[in-house]
Design a protein around this ligand. Structure first.
Ligand code: AMP
Ligand code: DBH
Length: 546
C-alpha cells in the first residue's frame, strides 16, 4: 500500500480550528512539562510496583527521550509500542513524543501477523515491548518481527533483557534539551479496530488529539482529585483519550493501570486507590454488574462508569447504576476521531438510550442513505459520515482505501448505522454491512440480538450470517446466558417468534456458548464468530445447539 503518511486538513479548515481555539499549538511533550510544574508532587500514575508523581513521570520521559536519541531514534521515525498496562507505558510514549518519533500503538493481544503489518506499513525503526505478558513471550515475537521487517533496528524490552535486545531500564540518559516537534504534525499512529481486515494506521496530530483530550477531560468533569482506572489495554484510543489516561493527566489526576479488566482485579484497585471513574466495553460492564452483587469490596468511590466501544444495550445500561451505585456514561468513539459522550447532567432516557453527542460543535455529522449518500430525513436511520477538528482526513499510506473510506469532501465513512435525535444525541443502530441476506430477505443482526437480549436468561447475543447453499446466507445466533441460567435453543427461537416478528427474523440456528471471542480490546469479534462457524469449529463441549 502507498500514499501520503498524513492527509492534512485543508488550510481553510485548519485556520478555522485554530481561530476557534481548538488547535493551540501545544505538543504532548510541552503539555507534560506544564503538568509537572503545576502538579509536581501529585501522583500521576500507579501501576504494579510503581507510583510516580508528575515530576517523576516528567523526569523519566526526559531521560528516556535522551536515551532514544543516543540510540539514533530521530524525529519522524516510527516505533511500534506493544506494552501491557504498566506504568512504563507513559514515560515511553511521552519520550517518543518529545523526540518527535511516532509511537504505533499495538495492543498486547496482537501477534506476528499484525505486528509485521504495523512495522512494515510504518517502516518502524524500533519495537518497544515487554519480556512476557499473560504467559506469552513478547520479546521473542519482537525478534521474529525484526527478522522479517528490515527497517526494524532496535528491540527495547521492559523486563528481563535477552540476546539482541535493549533493556528499557538501561536506556535512560541525562536529560537533554530537544527541539519541540511541530504541533500540527503527526504525534503517533493509532490503529483502527480492523473489523474487516488488518488494522489500518491512523495518523493523529498533537493539535487535533490534544483538543479531543482536553475537551474529554472537561466533559467528564475530571479534576486533580480524579482517579481513572484504565481497565482496557491502555494503548487503545478509548482508555488512552476518552478521557482515559491522557485526559486524566491533563486534569492533574491519577491514572491507575489495571493489569486485567476482570471484576476481581478492577474492584480491588477501585477500593485500594479510591478510583472515581473507569471505562469499559459492554461485556466487561456486564461482568462487573454480576460481580458487584457478590463483592465485599468497597466500590463507594466510583462516581462514573463509562461504557463504550460497542453498543451498550438498554437492558445492560439500566442495570449499571443500581448495581455499581454510580452514574453511567455512554461513549461512542473511534480511533479515526469523532467521540460522543452522554453528558453527566443528561436526562436518564438519553443516558440509557443513546450513545451520546459529539465532543465539539465543530464536529459535522451527516446521516445518509448508504447507497446514495443523500441525507435521510431527521430522526431516520442511516449511515454516519463525519468530519471535524479531530477526525482524520486519511489513513497512513493507504491512498486506494482512502478513496472509499472518505467522501470527496473529506467526511469519514464510519460504517455505523445511526439515528440522530433532536437533542443531537446519536443512537447507534448497527453496522452498515451487519445484515444477513437470507435469500434476499435482509435481516438486521442488531434487531435479532435485541429480541434475544430481552429474554431474562440472556446476558449477551451476537447474530452472524453463515454461508448456505440454498439461501446464500442463514442466520446463526450465539448466546451467552446469565450466570446459572440454561436457556435452550428451542426456547430462545420460540421466544423470538412469539415477539411477533417475521419468520425470517427468527434465527435459523442458536448456539449457547460460555463466552464470545473478543477483539484485542475486548469487543465481541463477529469476524471470529463468522470464521468459527464457517469452519464449524465452534467448541462442541461448551455449546448447545438445535
Ligand atoms: P475502532 O475502529 O476500534 O476505533 O472502533 C470504532 C467503532 O467501534 C465505531 O465505528 C463503532 O462501530 C464502534 N463503537 C464504539 N463505541 C460504540 C458505542 N458506544 N456503541 C456502538 N458502537 C460503538
Ligand atoms: O471503540 C472505539 O474505538 C472507541 C470507543 C470509545 C474509541 O476510539 C473512543 C471511545 O475514543
Amino acid at each position: 500500500m502507498s500514499g501520503p503518511d498524513h492527509t492534512p486538513w485543508p488550510p481553510a479548515f485548519a485556520a478555522r480550528y485554530r481561530a476557534a481555539g481548538h488547535w493551540r499549538g501545544q505538543t504532548f511533550g510541552a503539555l507534560l512539562t506544564a503538568l509537572a510544574e503545576a502538579h509536581a508532587d501529585r501522583t500521576a500514575v500507579v501501576g504494579e510496583g510503581a507510583r510516580w508523581s508528575y515530576a517523576e513521570l516528567d523526569e523519566r520521559a526526559h531521560r528516556l527521550a535522551s536515551g532514544l536519541v543516543e540510540l539514533g531514534v530521530r524525529a519522524g521515525d516510527r516505533v511500534v509500542v506493544q506494552l501491557p498496562n504498566v506504568a512504563e507505558f507513559l514515560p515511553v510514549v511521552f519520550a517518543l513524543f518529545r523526540v518527535g518519533a511516532w509511537p504505533v500503538f499495538a495492543l498486547p493481544a496482537h501477534r506476528d501477523t499484525e505486528l509485521v503489518h504495523f512495522a512494515e506499513q510504518a517502516e518502524a525503526v524500533a519495537i518497544v515491548t515487554v519480556d512476557a505478558h499473560d504467559r506469552y513471550d513478547h520479546a521473542a515475537m519482537a525478534r521474529r518481527v525484526a527478522d522479517r521487517v528490515a527497517s526494524v533496528r532496535h528491540i527495547i524490552v521492559l523486563g528481563a533483557p535477552a540476546a539482541g535486545t535493549i533493556d528499557l531500564e538501561e536506556l535512560a540518559r541525562e536529560p537533554r534539551q530537544l527541539p519541540d516537534p511541530d504541533p500540527s504534525g503527526v504525534a503517533f499512529l493509532q490503529l483502527s479496530g480492523g473489523s474487516t481486515g488488518l488494522p489500518k494506521l491512523i495518523p493523529r496530530t498533537h493539535d487535533d488529539y490534544l483538543y479531543s483530550v482536553r475537551e474529554s477531560a472537561r466533559i467528564c468533569r475530571l479534576t486533580p482529585d480524579s482517579v481513572y482506572l484504565a481497565a482496557l489495554p491502555v494503548a487503545h484510543n478509548y482508555p488512552l483519550s476518552s478521557p482515559g489516561v491522557l485526559g486524566t493527566l491533563h486534569a492533574g489526576g491519577t491514572c491507575v493501570l489495571a493489569p486485567r479488566p476482570d471484576a476481581d482485579t478492577a474492584f480491588r484497585l477501585i477500593e485500594a486507590e479510591r478510583v472515581t471513574i473507569a471505562g469499559v466495553v459492554p461485556p466487561i460492564a456486564a461482568a462487573w454488574v454480576q460481580a458487584a452483587a457478590r463483592t465485599e469490596l468497597d466500590l463507594g468511590s466510583l462516581e462514573v462508569l463509562q461504557v463504550g466501544g460497542a453498543k451498550c444495550g438498554a437492558e445492560l445500561a439500566a442495570r449499571i447504576g443500581p448495581a455499581l451505585h454510580c452514574a453511567l456514561q455512554q461513549v461512542f468513539g473511534m480511533a479515526e476521531g469523532l467521540v460522543n459522550y452522554t453528558r453527566l447532567d443528561d436526562p436518564a432516557d438519553l443516558v440509557l438510550g443513546t450513545q451520546g453527542r459529539p465532543i465539539s460543535l465543530d464536529d459535522e455529522l451527516r446521516v445518509v442513505d448508504p447507497a446514495t449518500d443523500a441525507d435521510v430525513a431527521p430522526g431516520e436511520t442511516g449511515a454516519l459520515l463525519t468530519r471535524g477538528p479531530y477526525t482524520i482526513r486519511g489513513y497512513h499510506r493507504a491512498a486506494a482505501h482512502n478513496r472509499t473510506a472518505f467522501t470527496p469532501d473529506g467526511f469519514y465513512r464510519t460504517g455505523d448505522l445511526v439515528r440522530r435525535l433532536e437533542s443531537g444525541h446519536v443512537e447507534v443502530v448497527g453496522r452498515v454491512k451487519d445484515q444477513i441476506n437470507r435469500g434476499g430477505e435482509k435481516v438486521a443482526a442488531e434487531e435479532v440480538e435485541n429480541h434475544l437480549m430481552a429474554h431474562p436468561d440472556v446476558l449477551d447475543a451476537a447474530v452472524v450470517g453463515v454461508p448456505d447453499e440454498y439461501l446464500g446466507e442463514r442466520s446463526c445466533a450465539y448466546v451467552v446466558p446469565v450466570a446459572g441460567a440454561q436457556p435452550t435453543p428451542a426456547e430462545l427461537r420460540r421466544f423470538v417468534r412469539e415477539r411477533g416478528v417475521a419468520a425470517f427474523t427468527v434465527p435459523d440456528r442458536v448456539l449457547v456458548v460460555d463466552a464470545f471471542p473478543a477483539t484485542p480490546v475486548g469487543k465481541t469479534s463477529k469476524r471470529e464468530l463468522r470464521a468459527a462457524i464457517t469452519r464449524s469449529l465452534v467448541p462442541a463441549a461448551s455449546s448447545k445447539e438445535r
